[in-house]
Ligand binder design. Structure first.
Ligand code: ZN
Length: 245
């Protein structure tokens, strides 16, 4: 399992980070922020190699890159699955129509999932299970299981919720949108208040990658150091880094 970190910033990040975006196994794009196309280009990745796009929710820092990404796709026999919560097709189709890119929607197959439902992606050799998250009404997190049985959890924005607990129980690695440094809120996680709860659920061989930062990465690292968290299985993502599991 290979996670390439293209961006680590939250919507209103104080640092000049790209919006949060990740590429799994050079096949699945995790969310589609405004700079998605540029981030993939900067990583020397051909968008035509994508096997799927996974959407957690419709906030602009997670979705607005879609109309600038799809014109780059070549016409082909296989449609590209865009997997997301109920309402994904309407939301992304409307966005493309508004900016005159609706023709390329013929290349896309929208797959809408509900909490607990599973989508199979044979092309990407991955099975995706959706879990309800606590952020926007549509917010979803996912567990992506590859053909070797490894499981990646991806939260999207969320506050503490049962779906997150379930993810932490099941995933080998959780890519977690930990927006705040201090306390979590009704809609977001906070490092100081939520990380100890997360680690109390996780086993020694499970890992956590923290991303979607609202402040500098160095401040997150300092808090981790002060909290005396074992660094072995807690990583604060850095833009451009790759993580193998
Ligand atoms: Zn966000």
């Amino acid at each position: 399992m290979l996670i390439k970190t293209l961006g680590i910033g939250a919507a209103y990040c104080l640092e000049a980070y790209q919006y949060c975006c990740n590429l799994l196994d050079d096949t699945i794009l995790l969310d589609c922020p405004p700079q998605a196309m540029l981030s993939l280009k900067a990583a020397n990745f051909d968008v035509n190699k994508l096997k799927a796009i996974l959407i957690t929710h419709f906030d602009p820092d997670h979705s607005l890159g879609f109309p600038t990404l799809i014109p780059a796709w070549k016409e082909g026999e296989k449609k590209l699955p865009v997997i997301g919560p109920v309402g994904t097709e309407e939301f992304f189709s409307s966005m493309c129509r508004l900016v005159g890119k609706e023709k390329k929607l013929s290349r896309v197959e929208f797959v809408e999932v509900e909490p607990g439902s599973t989508a199979l992606l044979p092309e990407a050799k991955t099975e995706i299970t959706a879990l309800k998250m606590r952020h926007q009404p549509e917010s979803m997190g996912y567990i992506l299981r590859n053909d070797e049985g490894k499981r990646l959890g991806f939260t999207g924005d969320t506050a503490w919720c049962p779906g997150l607990e379930q993810m932490l129980n099941l995933a080998d690695v959780t890519l977690c949108e930990m927006t705040f440094l201090g306390k979590g809120t009704e809609k977001h996680l906070g490092l100081e208040s939520d990380l100890p709860k997360m680690l109390s659920i996780m086993a020694q061989d499970q890992s956590l990658i923290i991303t979607h930062l609202e402040d500098s990465r160095e401040k997150y690292l300092k808090i981790l150091k002060d909290m005396k968290i074992p660094f072995g299985n807690v990583i604060v993502a850095r833009e451009g880094d790759e993580y193998h599991f």
